[in-house]
Design a protein around this ligand. Structure first.
Ligand SMILES: [Fe+2]
Ligand SMILES: [Fe+2]
Length: 382
């Protein structure tokens, strides 16, 4: 028996109900702290497993989630003793100990798996790890369907006790709440994403000659941001800002938007109003915190560092990296895309013009990053 196991057992043997309650409370606080703020499923599941394994001095834990399409329970489990290498394990939802717990909604405390008729030796063979003690608990709370099953394992027999099982039951409720929150958050993000995409597609469709302009600006802006080493959240904000930057063109008369020739100065003045309209429209949307300032970022895509742009004529000090990126992405795509009255410029010509505008009007780092993203000038040799 390992030293910390011995100490833990001794504590359990000497413990009063009050001490158990304290230990439970302490573990629950730790679990709530560890899981309460994680909304990303990719981070949440490893955090759950780490916390559960640590709480019960276990070898490992597995969280099986129900896949209703295939009627299977699915988990990422460690291969052998190497926790870094994982494999996907899929089990029929009514087989083995995990399937039994999933079906009955009743937890199982198993002192010795070899004596249990439901123990699936083939799983032990597949993973290269043989557990002897096992706690298995359904993951659900309230009236919701069972989301999955948590399994806690140790290679010694008789490692877990009733008090552990009680604590795991309480932790499983916290896990279910965390999973539901994360799933809800992801669903909201997907809804927001599809709304933004539909909105920008509808906008681009107004003018067939600039079709997919918003999508292309979004992709270019993300590419520039990536080569500037910006983090994931900024790249995501750039994508949304790119998709929505020209939303103000909803207010631009169709005769101007679809004019099959160059705009005269009066028409161009009307066209320029779209940037201010973008700000007006986007300012009315209550964006989540991660998209804070999106209305401003999106609507400054025609500003120049020397103050010669529009709608405000801001200078460098007032233009952050995201607005500078969007300005470069927008101007590059506007020059290179085909219009009814002209073909898009070749890449080299567009970069000649962009080079002339850099650094007094366009940000040099952003232009360099765009060239890196597009493989320019290597692209020309290809
Ligand atoms: Fe624009
Ligand atoms: Fe644009």
């Amino acid at each position: 028996m390992r030293e910390h196991d011995f100490g833990r057992r001794l504590t359990q043997e000497l413990s009063t109900p009050q001490t158990d309650s304290q230990r439970h409370l302490e573990a629950m606080v730790q679990v709530s702290r560890a899981l309460g703020t994680i909304m990303d499923m990719g981070q949440l599941i490893p955090a759950i497993l780490k916390q559960v394994t640590h709480t019960f001095c276990a070898d490992r834990s597995s969280l099986f989630l129900y896949d209703s399409e295939n009627d299977q329970l699915c988990a990422q489990v460690a291969e052998g003793l190497d926790e870094q290498r994982t494999m996907e394990l899929r089990l029929p939802a009514d087989q083995g100990i995990v399937g039994q717990v999933f079906q009955t909604h009743e937890n199982r405390l198993i002192a010795d798996t070899w004596k249990d008729p439901h123990f699936a030796k083939r799983v032990a063979k597949a993973t290269g790890y043989v557990p002897r003690s096992m706690m298995v608990c359904p993951v659900f709370h309230g009236i919701h369907n069972v989301t999955g099953v948590i399994q806690v394992l140790h290679s010694d027999s008789d490692h877990f006790h009733e008090t552990d099982m009680g604590l795991l039951e309480a932790i499983a409720v916290q896990i279910a709440i965390s999973l539901e929150n994360a799933q809800l958050y992801e669903k909201q993000k997907r809804q927001f994403s599809s709304f933004v995409r539909a909105f920008s597609t509808a906008l681009d469709a107004r003018d067939p000659s600039t079709q997919e302009h918003s999508l292309n600006v979004a992709n270019l802006a993300q590419g520039i941001g990536y080569h500037l080493g910006l983090d994931f959240h900024v790249l995501d904000r750039l994508r949304v800002a790119g998709l929505l930057h020209d939303v103000g063109k909803i207010g631009t008369p169709e005769a101007i938007l679809k004019k099959p020739s160059k705009l005269d100065p009066d028409e161009f003045a009307i066209m320029k109003e779209h940037a201010a309209y973008s700000l007006q429209i986007l300012s009315q949307i209550e964006f989540a915190d991660e998209y804070k300032d999106l209305a401003m970022i999106a609507s400054l895509h025609h500003e120049k560092l020397d103050g010669s742009g529009y709608p405000f004529g801001h200078t460098a000090d007032a233009l952050n990296i995201e607005t500078r990126i969007l300005a470069v992405a927008d101007i590059y795509h506007a020059m290179t895309q085909d219009r009814v009255y002209r073909n898009g410029m070749p890449m080299a010509k567009a970069f000649d013009i962009i080079n002339d505008m850099t650094p007094h009007q366009l940000d040099g780092d952003c232009v360099r990053a765009l060239k890196q993203f597009l493989g320019y000038p290597n692209q020309l040799a290809a």
